[in-house]
Design a protein around this ligand. Structure first.
Ligand SMILES: Cc1cc2nc3c(=O)[nH]c(=O)nc-3n(C[C@H](O)[C@H](O)[C@H](O)COP(=O)(O)OP(=O)(O)OC[C@H]3O[C@@H](n4cnc5c(N)ncnc54)[C@H](O)[C@@H]3O)c2cc1C
Length: 354
């Protein structure tokens, strides 16, 4: 952890900040809600779900208790619905840079986008690290980021009249190309090109069928080649120069380039927060999931303890005990176990009673 911070602007107050909106961070919010603790959730990605949404959104998971099969996206949706009664505050698309103990108690949590939160306790559910888009490195390309070069696209961004090139061969590139082709006509791109180094795409069979149908209908074009150079005119990115499979240099004109080469996890600033680490994993007490700093808890793939398994169900167990650990630490006393089936207090918190 960095030195005690002095706040320049008044940060929002909350019981808990949950760093990471993967499946374990989401379930952490639920368990905190049952303890009557409010939460703000922060994730570097623009949407919740962590690895489930980003790495296997359309693939099936078979080992979630009582759900015979669901996809990564399904699980994320179910978890978001389950925590809705607790109305967490969301801060997506921003990485947490600093967690600092405050002289007056609690922690100041600051993100790269300047969000400042004063929390009574902090839960690190950061998985394998903050997911950042894998960048396309070409001389001069970086200068177009945010204008013609993007790594994420909001659903309602208007591409009307433009030629968008989506670069990548994995699930997220394919999904993005399909979404662009099926966008409402008023905002749909004039031309959509999916660019990959070979004509083989790694996505779920349903998506591959959809891609094939849209290609056959001429709504998505596929370009094969490796980008080697940017072409610009009067400060505008006008094309990418590709080396095609025959080894020739060809130009692919474009108005917008969306790079979807997957994500790379970065442990990032967590290593600077003064917490005990073992092989880049946070060391926790397996009874309360407290880290080496009182008031900071850690759960999910980010942690290590004897017997740790990197499974979603293990993370759910950890989140449950971490919420009890924090609630008892804040209350200074042991708290009773209540069941959601029979506790009026819990049912009221869940919005199941009038
Ligand atoms: C291909 C694949 C298939 C899998 N299949 C299964 C399965 O069938 N069953 C199963 O149980 N498990 C499965 N797993 C493992 C499972 O996905 C992980 O155990 C689970 O995602 C861990 O959840 P988490 O919430 O701890 O971390 P993650 O899902 O990694 O989420 C962590 C989140 O924290 C964010 N973050 C990190 N650092 C910061 C920061 N500083 N600021 C802001 N945000 C930050 C990241 O952006 C990320 O969104 C699979 C994993 C993979 C890769």
């Amino acid at each position: 952890m960095t030195a005690p911070a002095t706040a320049s602007a008044l940060p929002a107050q909350t019981d808990a900040v949950v760093i990471g909106a993967g499946p374990v961070g989401l379930f952490q919010v639920f368990q905190l809600g049952l303890q009557g603790l409010s939460a703000h959730v922060i994730d570097a990605l623009p949407q919740p779900g962590g690895q489930c949404a980003e790495l296997y959104g359309d693939k099936p998971i078979y080992d979630i208790p009582a759900i015979a099969a669901c996809t990564g996206h399904d699980l994320t949706e179910r978890l978001c619905a389950q925590i809705a009664p607790f109305a967490p505050a969301w801060h997506l698309g921003q990485q947490v840079d600093t967690v600092a103990a405050l002289d007056q108690g609690g922690f100041l949590v600051v993100t790269a986008r300047g969000t400042r939160l004063h929390a009574r306790c902090v839960f690190i559910a950061s998985g394998v690290g903050a997911f950042m888009p894998r960048q396309l490195k070409l001389p001069g390309l970086e200068a177009f980021e945010g204008r013609q070069l993007h790594y994420h696209l909001d659903d309602n961004t208007s591409l009307a009249g433009r030629h968008i090139v989506i670069y990548g061969g994995g699930e997220s590139a394919v999904r993005q190309a399909i979404a662009c082709a099926l966008a409402p006509e008023a905002i749909r791109a004039a031309r959509i090109t999916l660019l990959h180094r070979r004509d083989v795409f790694d996505a779920a069979p349903k998506q591959l069928d959809e891609l094939q149908a849209l290609r056959a209908a001429g709504r998505i074009q596929v370009a094969i080649g490796m980008p080697g150079r940017v072409v610009q005119q009067q400060g505008r990115l006008t094309a990418l120069e590709l080396t095609n499979p025959e080894g020739q240099a060809v130009e692919l004109p474009l108005d917008m380039l969306l790079v979807r080469l997957g994500l790379v996890p970065r442990l990032g600033p967590i290593a600077d927060w003064g917490l005990q680490l073992e092989r880049k994993q946070l060391v926790v007490d397996g009874a309360t999931f407290a880290t080496s700093t009182p008031g900071i808890y850690a759960v999910g793939d980010a942690i290590t303890y004897p017997g740790k398994r990197k499974l979603i169900v293990s993370g759910f167990h950890e989140a449950t005990l971490a919420a009890f650990g924090a609630a008892e630490w804040l209350a200074g006393t042991r708290l009773p176990l209540e069941y959601t089936t029979s506790s009026e207090r819990l049912q009221t918190l869940l919005g199941r009673r009038g």
